[in-house]
Design a protein around this ligand. Structure first.
Ligand code: ATP
Length: 213
């Protein structure tokens, strides 16, 4: 029997935009598994979000309507304190046990700084890492990180499913130069965000009101 596959994509999603959705979809196709989008309640190491956690989850819920490849997972919203990925992975492992393969998706830029994340070495015991790689410069890993990932790299998704965790795979994705900061700035100054945000958000101006005030 083939191993169950669980794929996680965390972020602040303040708000979710088509850059997030497109890479999540491409990763889902690459891994042949649904992707759980996990909004952080309180992202570590960055300024507070503009929209509250429940508002960001509502935006995601609206954006994900009508398809089931990308799913909303609100497990971080009920947890106090900073939303560390390692805690999220531990939480998921406690729920599903040791057998399923878990893949945490991380943008290549962020992955290059993984050795500054909270309890980062533990993450390899809990999950595989899928590195979302865009054409061009994806950042250089520090020597510590290079040592940690030597021997973990696998060349395709099939090799990942042999184990429940511990592998690192590059997932090539389309570069769409869109950021939530840019979207927030446009909304705050009354500009149009069509084609940067998914259609259901454009059709529900109330959900975006928090960025306009
Ligand atoms: P901000 O502009 O507020 O920093 P952001 O657009 O980078 O936000 P996050 O919620 O911080 O969005 O990102 C969540 C995840 O999505 C991160 O892993 C990030 O690398 C990735 N990501 C963000 N924007 C894109 C994009 N345009 N293409 C691919 N991945 C993206």
């Amino acid at each position: 029997m083939s191993r169950q596959r669980l794929v996680l994509f965390g972020g602040t999603f303040d708000p979710v935009h088509i850059g997030h959705l497109r890479v999540a979809l491409e990763a889902s196709e690459f891994l042949q598994a649904p992707v759980r989008m996990i909004p952080a309640r309180e992202p570590p190491h960055r300024a507070p979000t503009r929209a509250g956690a429940d508002q960001r989850a509502a935006l995601l819920r609206a954006a994900l309507k009508g398809q089931d490849r990308l799913q909303l997972d609100t497990r971080e919203l009920g947890r106090d304190g900073p939303s560390y990925s390692v805690d999220t992975l531990r939480d998921l492992r406690d729920e599903v046990g040791p057998e399923p393969a878990v893949v945490l998706l991380i943008g290549a830029d962020a992955f290059a700084g993984l050795d500054r994340w909270h309890r980062w070495r533990e993450m390899f015991e809990l999950a595989h890492i899928g590195v979302l790689t865009r054409p061009g410069n994806n950042g250089a890993a520090s020597p510590d990180l290079q040592t940690a990932i030597a021997g973990r790299k696998v060349k395709d998704a099939a090799a990942l499913w042999e184990q429940a965790s511990g592998g690192v795979v590059d997932i090539p994705v389309t570069a769409l130069d869109i950021s939530a900061s840019q979207v927030r700035e446009l909304l705050a100054t009354g500009r149009c965000v069509r084609y940067l945000l998914p259609e259901p958000l454009i059709e529900s101006p109330d959900l975006l009101a928090v960025y306009r005030d």
